[in-house]
Design a protein around this ligand. Structure first.
Ligand SMILES: [Zn+2]
Length: 563
């Protein structure tokens, strides 16, 4: 019970005549407040966790009730432990307020898009630019925030914390912490068998325990970043050099590598989607379509560094990938001209220290509004660049592509061919059909971009430049299947639509001849599965860059080029 300094010690608060400011207050110890808040989170933010953990158990199953009760007690005690550990003295209220707001946002996005707040998702959230973040907020957030943040904040504001002498406070707190730890251990022991099998088989479930999930993920991302910042990026491919074939090449050679965004293979016309979302590419001769490509990650933050690393998903080591240089540095080391042009949220470290440009800085006329540009802005200045090219060049174009949820903003009006299309930032306002239509319209625009690019590259090849194109998306997207939207689910449980991506290649006759590339042979290879892991080695192979890092087994062109 809280005691005013002016009052006689021991006097009860309610014996004082109530003043307006004292009305609607409640008095509690920090431990009680922590318990109440943990209970609130259990009921408001952890229903998805409990529901997912219980999937497959019938409600008539008595053991399921025991299991859910034990899980609920664990979640409650865990958050109590957390609050009691760090919420000391005057720090309790501001800390609780911060967590209340954070948890309200977290539970909103988890409920709405079916996301898991693991470290990779947190990294994605932290690196999202304000424009991207803005599209995720909608009016539907307000009622959710009102009850999940407004209500507990009000209660916190009207809370009067009991102040105890510090020795007594320390004893009470230690006892409470111990009790919470005992409760957690007891609950685990009580349901050890089903609990351990759940944690073994569905490890990702822990990233649904809110707010512990985002606090843990935030901590691990910050720790990894601090470690990364302390050490310089490890140089790779120090032996990289141009292959002997370059000595005979007299024409400049330009490879354009388009890094796509959120395009999924399931909706890619060339790969057999029932609807033609790639009419322009289908009408372009000599396009090689890889129909079975698996991405390295389910979000940009993971996929981009991984796509350009020598070892990607097959022996995934995030720390090593982030701590090392990329394909771009190896190409540059071999004397290639390398540039990264960005129309999105940056190159995620893969172009560090190399020439870069932002489409929004170019501000191409008629293509930019509100800090966002349509992807055709990537083609600005291309003609000139091709005209001035010398030697070997690799140009990376990073698309905004199908970045959701506002698919309808990713293309000019002329591409709104599938109707009715969702024209809301809040996907819940639209039917599934409208969402898919909007998504497919954005794919039509990527198809247009790629076909236009090939036309320009073809024209350049008629004017003496050997040109080639590779396009591959960074990851796929969920469009409401099983209630999941967007992308970024933990890799092991992500559905195929988030991991299967389109990839196409095109080579001018001069490029193929210069490299000794049998295009038909590569077209045959395209019918086999491929992954992002192939990209590093395939680009080195196609550009004839020699280094000990190059693994033939991972080079899609290995059997199709002059050795
Ligand atoms: Zn992405």
């Amino acid at each position: 019970m809280w005691i005013s300094k002016k009052r006689r010690p021991g006097a009860l608060v309610r014996s004082i005549p109530p003043t307006p400011s004292a009305a609607w207050t409640w008095t509690a110890s920090t431990e009680t407040a922590a318990l109440v808040l943990s209970l609130f989170w259990l009921l408001s933010a952890n229903r998805t966790f409990l529901g997912t953990a219980l999937k497959g158990h019938g409600w008539g199953d008595a053991s399921a009730w025991g299991f859910v009760a034990a899980l609920a007690v664990m979640v409650l005690a865990l958050h109590f432990l957390l609050l009691a550990l760090v919420g000391l003295g005057h720090a309790f209220k501001p800390l609780a307020a911060l967590l209340i707001v954070g948890t309200a946002f977290a539970s909103h996005f988890m409920d709405r898009f079916g996301v898991y707040l693991d470290p990779s998702m947190l990294r994605n959230v932290l690196r999202t630019d304000t424009k991207e973040a803005g599209e995720l907020f909608s009016w539907s957030l307000l009622p959710h925030l009102a009850w999940q943040a407004g209500l507990p904040l009000l209660a916190l504001w009207r809370l009067r914390l009991v102040r105890r002498p510090w020795t007594r406070a320390a004893v009470v707190r230690a006892g409470a912490l111990l009790a919470a730890a005992v409760v957690i251990v007891g609950a685990i022991l009580a349901v050890f068998q089903p609990f351990s099998s759940l944690m073994r088989n569905q490890k990702e479930l822990r990233y649904l325990i809110t707010p512990a999930n985002y606090l843990w993920s935030l901590g691990s991302v910050l720790a990894a970043d601090a470690k990364g910042a302390a050490a310089p990026r490890q140089a790779i491919g120090l032996d990289a050099a141009q292959g002997p074939g370059w000595a005979q090449r007299t024409r400049p050679t330009v490879l354009v590598f388009v890094v796509g965004e959120t395009a999924r293979a399931a909706n890619w016309g060339l790969s057999g989607y029932a609807r033609q979302t790639t009419p322009a590419l289908a009408a372009t001769p000599d396009v090689i379509n890889f129909a079975q490509v698996t991405s390295c990650g389910t979000n940009t933050e993971v996929s981009l560094p991984c796509m350009f690393a020598p070892v990607g998903r097959r022996a995934y080591d995030e720390e090593r990938i982030r701590g090392s240089e990329s394909l771009l540095h190896v190409l540059a080391r071999a004397g290639m001209g390398v540039q990264w042009v960005d129309n999105q949220s940056g190159c995620k470290g893969v172009c560090e220290g190399l020439p870069t440009a932002l489409v929004k800085d170019w501000n191409p006329p008629g293509l930019c509004a509100d800090g966002r540009c349509l992807d055709e802005g990537l083609l600005q200045g291309l003609q000139q660049r091709l005209g001035q090219a010398q030697g070997g060049q690799v140009l990376f174009l990073h698309q905004l592509g199908n970045h959701g949820p506002s698919y309808f903003r990713r293309h000019p009006p002329a591409f709104a061919r599938f109707t009715p299309a969702c024209e809301q930032d809040d996907l819940r306002q639209c039917s599934r059909e409208q969402i898919v239509n909007a998504y497919d319209n954005a794919l039509l625009y990527t198809d247009h971009l790629l076909a236009t690019l090939i036309q320009r590259l073809k024209k350049a090849s008629d004017q003496g430049v050997d040109t080639a194109l590779i396009y591959v998306s960074d990851h796929g997207e969920s469009l409401g299947e099983n209630g999941v939207f967007l992308h970024g689910l933990p890799y092991t449980i992500a559905p195929d639509v988030q991991k299967q991506v389109p990839m196409v290649m095109w080579f001018s006759p001069g490029f193929a001849q210069g490299r000794g590339l049998d295009v038909q042979c590569l077209a045959r290879r395209a019918s086999q599965p491929a992954t992002h892991d192939h990209l590093f080695h395939t680009v080195l192979g196609l550009m004839d860059v020699r280094t000990a890092l190059h693994e033939k087994a991972w080079d899609l062109s290995a059997e199709c080029v002059k050795p």
